[in-house]
Design a binder for this molecule. Structure first.
Ligand SMILES: [Fe+2]
Length: 287
């Protein structure tokens, strides 16, 4: 057994340093900035400042410029941030971040898979966590109820664009808590601005040491599906960007690929057909 596997088995997590290249974080910074400027233009949002021209931006010097446009979008309509979140997740640059051979190699080793085994990605995303956003801050949980039943997986988490610090609310874990098994927890449906929360009984969490895992961009955290973890409190004035997602073992009995379900944010292909076939313009052309 390797040292990494030994520590992972003991603590329930492993941090691999300097995995993702700085150039990918730089590209992601520009992707977020570009999508933010597009949203501002599309919605004709009036700002009391002129956003910096993207061609004059430099990474990491101008990360604050990105914070500024994202704060403006948040103030205008929070759903626009949800749309940016969904867009980034299918941008080619994001695939570069997660499709990293070192991440594959470590995930396979931690899942005891062979070099040629398939890894299935579930809901890889880049989260954006705002300062003082207590309602969206994840409480103590285990990932098992946030994914498909009977899946065997390794979770990854990593800071993106900027380092994660105690001040900006980096991830917290309870070392060794994965050995507890499935802890007693309470399912709270989405309400009052809170997302659905499945929170571990506090008395159980209190039995464990709780540590903050401050990480540099490039570092990747791998953890067990049963490890207790949560977001820290973002008491800074900056947005914390973090990659979250799971790598699944496709060979186990319980694995069945979920059916993707994409829903248009505008109108349906049928509506589009009707619009083109039966609009007044088309009717007059047909005459
Ligand atoms: Fe989680």
């Amino acid at each position: 057994m390797t040292m990494m596997l030994k520590n992972f088995t003991k603590n329930g997590y492993h941090i691999e340093k300097s995995v993702t290249p700085l150039s990918v974080h730089e590209e992601l910074f520009f992707i977020f900035y570009d999508l933010s400027l597009s949203a501002i233009n599309r919605k004709k949002i009036k700002l009391d400042y002129i956003p910096k021209n993207i061609n004059e931006c430099y990474f990491p010097r101008d990360i604050k410029e990105l914070d500024r446009v994202l704060f403006s979008l948040l103030e205008y309509d929070r759903d626009l941030l949800g749309e940016i979140y969904d867009t980034v997740a299918y941008c080619s640059t994001f695939f570069k971040l997660v499709s990293n051979s070192k991440i594959e190699e470590i995930s396979r080793e931690l899942l005891s898979l062979q070099r040629s085994s398939a890894l299935y990605s579930t809901t890889h995303r880049i989260r954006m966590d705002w300062p003082e956003d207590e309602k969206r801050r994840a409480g103590w949980h285990q990932e098992i109820f946030h994914t498909y039943p009977d899946f065997k997986f390794i979770q990854t988490w990593s800071p993106v664009i900027r380092n994660s610090t105690v001040q900006n609310g980096t991830i917290k874990v309870c070392p060794g808590s994965h050995k507890h098994g499935i802890a007693k927890q309470n399912w709270e449906d989405e309400k009052d601005g809170y997302a659905t929360r499945i929170l571990i009984d506090e008395k159980i969490v209190d039995k464990y040491e709780q540590i903050d895992l401050s990480m540099k961009i490039g570092d990747v955290l791998f953890f067990d599906p049963l490890l207790f973890h949560r977001s820290g409190h973002n008491s800074s004035s900056e947005i914390r960007f973090s990659q979250v997602g799971m790598w699944n073992d496709c060979s186990i009995k319980g694995f069945r690929a979920p059916k993707p379900n994409f829903i248009s944010r505008t109108y349906s292909p049928r509506d589009n057909y009707e619009k083109h076939m039966f609009s007044d313009k088309n009717k007059s052309q047909a005459k």
